[in-house]
Design a protein around this ligand. Structure first.
Ligand code: PXL
Length: 244
């Protein structure tokens, strides 16, 4: 099973393509990685971003697709409307099944996008995708709705252009899953920690890996939520890694 991450590079390895590849490996699928942007950052501080041109992202995708059979992909940091549009075109061209993490702001507050890209996600990418995994603030940006309660999250999920998992880290641990209009709520106890850098990346990568291993979408989401939860409990994310 070969999967692909299309995302940015976090050189400290907790988020982005490097993190995705580790999660793919841990779950037992072969990961490929297309880089949309380099960043200079660590879990404490975000320094800067150096985007890759859409033409070169296109060439990276084509070079992998030229030799490998890839069906499931995930997207992370896409930086600009031009890159979002390109990725949507590639999904159509290669008939890919995409899990979209609609990355807009880093946990550390870094500059992961050139401008407001919520409209581009809604217009180009989400209609081509099998799932998107916004956190509460990303879901608010995608829908223009305020989300303070479970009911708000359900309403927002009904406005998003594809299946969605609105993650519950900022909503009392209430994860809201909407697959073809069927709502499932999965509540997880919140864990007291500052070490969440990369959890969103790893969650969407885990969903992609479980789905590539022939689990249905609902099961893949449930397993991935457990996978990341265990990782947070075990201190696998953020600055705790410095203590290894
Ligand atoms: O979690 C969002 C994210 C995505 N991609 C890259 C990041 C981050 C957060 O830091 O660095 C490259």
């Amino acid at each position: 099973m070969i999967v692909m991450s299309i995302a940015g590079v976090d050189p400290s390895g907790g988020a982005g393509v490097f993190a995705d590849l580790k999660t793919f490996q841990a779950i037992g699928v072969y990961g490929t990685g297309v880089v949309t942007a380099l960043t200079a950052q660590n879990p404490y501080k975000f320094f800067s971003t150096q985007p890759v041109s859409p033409e070169y992202i296109s060439e990276q995708i084509d070079s992998v697709m030229d030799s490998y059979e890839v069906e499931f992909i995930k997207t992370g940091m896409l930086y600009s409307p031009e890159i979002i549009k390109l990725v949507a075109e590639k999904i159509r061209e290669y008939d890919l099944k995409a899990v979209v993490d609609p990355v807009m702001v880093a946990t550390s507050g870094g500059d992961l996008t050139k401008e407001d890209i919520a409209d581009a996600f809604n217009k180009y990418l989400l209609p081509e995708s099998i799932l998107t995994t916004p956190n509460v603030s990303e879901a608010e940006k995608l829908t223009g709705l305020k989300i303070n309660t479970k009911e708000d999250a359900i309403k927002a999920s009904e406005k998003i252009a594809c299946n969605s998992l609105i993650t519950g880290g900022h909503l009392d641990g209430i994860n809201t899953i909407n697959i073809d209009g069927d709502i499932t709520i999965k509540k997880q106890e919140l864990i007291e920690t500052d070490n969440l850098h990369g959890t969103g990346c790893n969650l969407s990568a885990a969903i992609t890996a479980y789905r590539a291993k022939n689990n249905d979408l609902h099961t893949s989401i449930m397993k991935a939520l457990d996978y990341v939860y265990e990782g947070i409990k075990n201190g696998n994310y953020g600055t705790l890694i410095a203590k290894l």
